[in-house]
Write a protein that binds this ligand. Structure first.
Ligand code: NAD
Length: 308
């Protein structure tokens, strides 16, 4: 069961999910409206598999087999053969709804339709579908090949058999599935983003320096990374969008985005990807922090190059 999987949207998540699936023996049909994204996904898969071969984690034959199981298309109709469709198009209700509506006329009635949304309502997407019982959420974490958690999201309309089939698939992919209900952010992001938002607000209120806020959570709570460094990794703009969606759904003050997230986003200070966010990095995409004009409150400036 679930031998053939269509992954719709070959961006950050789609590319990673496609790799996980093809390495686990699934036939993967990658679909994107952008020809360039489809080509790039193929190239990224080749690079990633080559790296795995280089590290001795994958044989050359397995690599060739995995690549042979991956094909791409810019036509949604290519999803017709899929046992499971995983949609990871941008986090916009309108775009996702359009994809779900179109899929109704393409896939079999028993094909399971999974959304990769972070914070939109799975129930709302299901209610729009011709077969709402087959719609569920399948929430991978970035980067999908490395992160072990997968949240399997049921709506009140989801058939238990669909949940079982997808949970079994997640186990077969080497992931740890957790069963969750439909609420913005589910479990992991639902808890994480409120915390990240509070950290941003604390920094904005000049309650403590960015270095000390991050050190407190790393050294006091044993987290691998402080919240402001994590916001830079996630992307300040992405975090803002996720929080806005969570706040729109929950009206929980905890999720009302701290103004600094909006200001940094609008200034293009989106974090590591742009080279500057809460911290300044050596170059766009780099994880190496450099000294900048922001002097921490307590004067314990980071040594250049020290990881945060
Ligand atoms: P992305 O912008 O990197 O990729 C989206 C891709 O979808 C693009 O390649 C785009 O060309 C394509 N696309 C747009 N409209 C399309 C359509 N109608 N049909 C087919 N393809 C289309 O986005 P992403 O970061 O991969 O996020 C995708 C989804 O996954 C979102 O719902 C997001 O909330 C969720 N998600 C993201 C992360 C993350 O850390 N980036 C983590 C978990 C979940």
């Amino acid at each position: 069961p679930l031998k053939t999987v269509a992954v719709i949207g070959l961006g950050t998540m789609g590319t990673g999910i496609a790799e996980v699936l093809t390495r686990a023996g699934r036939e993967v049909i990658g679909i994107d409206v952008s020809e360039a994204a489809a080509t790039q996904a193929g190239a990224a898969l080749e690079t990633s598999l080559a790296r795995a071969v280089g590290r001795g984690r994958l044989g050359e034959r397995e690599r060739d087999d995995a690549l042979a199981r991956f094909r791409t298309s810019t036509d949604l109709a290519a999803a017709a053969d899929a046992d499971l469709v995983i949609e990871v198009v941008p986090e916009s209700y309108e775009i996702k709804q359009q994809v779900f509506r179109a899929l109704d006329g393409i896939v079999r009635p028993d094909t399971i339709l999974a959304t990769g949304t972070n914070a939109l309502s799975v129930t709302r997407l299901a209610a729009d579908s011709a077969h709402p019982d087959r719609v569920l959420g399948l929430h991978f974490f970035n980067p999908a090949p490395a992160m072990r958690l997968v949240e399997v999201v049921s709506s009140v309309l989801t058939a238990p058999a669909a949940v079982t089939a997808v949970t079994d698939l997640a186990l077969d992919l080497g992931k740890e599935p957790v069963a969750v209900g439909d609420r913005p952010g589910f479990v992991a992001d639902g808890l994480l983003f409120g915390y990240l938002n509070q950290a941003a607000a604390m920094y904005e209120a000049k309650y403590a320096s960015r270095e000390d806020i991050d050190a407190a959570m790393r050294l006091g709570c044993g987290l691998p990374m402080g919240p402001l460094a994590l916001l830079d990794l996630i992307g300040v703009d992405t975090a803002r969008t996720v929080l806005e969606a969570m706040y729109a759904a929950s009206r929980d003050r905890l999720h009302a985005p701290a103004p600094i997230l909006k200001q940094l986003s609008e200034a293009g200070l989106t974090g590591r990807k742009s080279g500057r966010g809460f911290y300044t990095y050596e170059a766009p995409g780099s994880a190496v922090v450099v000294r900048d004009a922001l002097t921490p409150l307590d004067g314990t400036a980071l040594a250049p190059g020290r990881p945060v």
